[in-house]
Design a protein around this ligand. Structure first.
Ligand code: UDP
Ligand code: MG
Length: 328
């Protein structure tokens, strides 16, 4: 019987863990009945410091494992760990906070099973984002990052997707250390189909993405997928240099033909400040790319696993040593 692996990373999700296990159990029985598929659950504990791993271990049923990373590596890397540990012919990525509904999941499974010509079905948010500023920022981001690429990173499409085995193998082969998954999915290509969905409200807990995190992820996206920022800045630099030369020519002309003494303390200051600021910004930008290159060049593993929790090791994790046992 074909197997579907559901891969879900989690980071401090104790409030929703039990609910997610219920969703998985329901999903397992639905897909067995409707599609004759077996379900395997691969959760990745992305360095949780609360009781989520224990709660998951106590509530999961069927074929499951929890890959516990040695610390928080971020969702992008946690997904790689999940993909590497999934054994199904089909692999579905889901969030553990119940924002990705079982109904949409079933719809995606039905879509991929009904068409052998499709390798990936991904869910696209039908409602867009919340907040005008965020929407505009996202739109600008995608417009810039998609300039002059042979592949397009779609807006409003995230990790909620189902993939055939060859796609999963391809993603695992991409050894980027700074992982920007949306870019990797697009880079990998294959035949993709989008279906619309509406994310559900979080069942509990809070989102792990602050505005600063999003900015950091965008920078990672650019530095691993686009040279456009560098080109824009070099373009501006050239324009400024050109303007400077024209201004210089004008001064030479005035001195030679009209005899005007060189006025221009203010223009000097403006030029110095503008060029100085521009240079600093450029150095910072180049630094981002150098840092990106350095991160890839260091031969560190992308993540470390502390332990793989499976049904038989469950007992070990449910009891923690008391304070008296640990202090000698
Ligand atoms: N997550 C993770 N590592 C992190 C941050 C988040 O594994 O460093 C998980 C989180 O537990 C959830 C999923 O990634 O299952 C999506 O995160 P979240 O709900 O915070 O993001 P949002 O839905 O707001 O985009
Ligand atoms: Mg969420």
């Amino acid at each position: 019987m074909a197997k579907l692996s559901v891969v879900a990373p989690f980071f401090n999700e104790q409030d929703v863990a039990a609910h997610f296990c219920v969703l998985l159990e329901k999903l397992a029985s639905d897909i067995l009945e409707r599609f004759d598929l077996q379900l395997e659950t691969v959760l990745v504990d992305d360095g949780s410091t609360d009781a989520s791993a224990r709660t998951f271990a106590n509530n999961l049923t069927g074929d499951w494992k929890i890959v516990q990373l040695s610390r928080n590596f971020g969702k992008e890397v946690a997904i790689l760990a999940g993909l590497e540990n999934a054994t199904g012919n089909l692999v579905m990525l889901m969030d553990a906070d119940l924002q990705h509904s079982a109904d949409t999941a079933l719809e995606m499974i039905a879509a991929i099973l009904s068409d052998p010509g499709i390798d990936v079905v991904h869910a696209v948010r039908a409602d867009g984002r919340t907040g005008w500023k965020r929407t505009q920022a996202a739109r600008l981001f995608y417009r810039l990052i998609n300039i002059s690429q042979r592949f397009d990173i779609p807006e409003n499409s995230g990790d909620f997707r189902i993939m055939r085995r060859p796609v999963v193998d391809a993603l695992v082969r991409l050894r980027d250390k700074r992982r920007f998954n949306k870019g990797l999915y697009a880079w990998a290509g294959f035949r993709q189909r989008a279906i619309p969905y509406r994310p559900v409200e979080r069942a509990g807990g809070a989102t792990k993405w602050s505005r600063l995190n999003l900015v950091a992820l965008s920078i990672e996206g650019f530095t691993s997928f686009s040279v456009v920022p560098l080109r824009i800045v070099s373009g501006i630099g050239l324009l400024i240099a050109l303007a400077g030369m024209l201004y210089g020519a004008k001064i030479v002309f005035e001195v030679l033909f009209t005899g005007v003494a060189v006025p221009g303390f203010p223009s000097l200051i403006v030029a110095v400040v503008v060029l100085g600021g521009f240079n600093l910004a450029l150095v910072g930008l180049v630094g981002e790319y150098v840092w990106a290159a350095l991160s890839e060049a260091k031969d560190r593993p992308i993540y470390l696993v502390r332990e793989v929790i499976q049904p038989e090791t469950k007992v070990k994790t449910t009891r923690r040593p008391t304070r008296r046992e640990t202090s000698h």
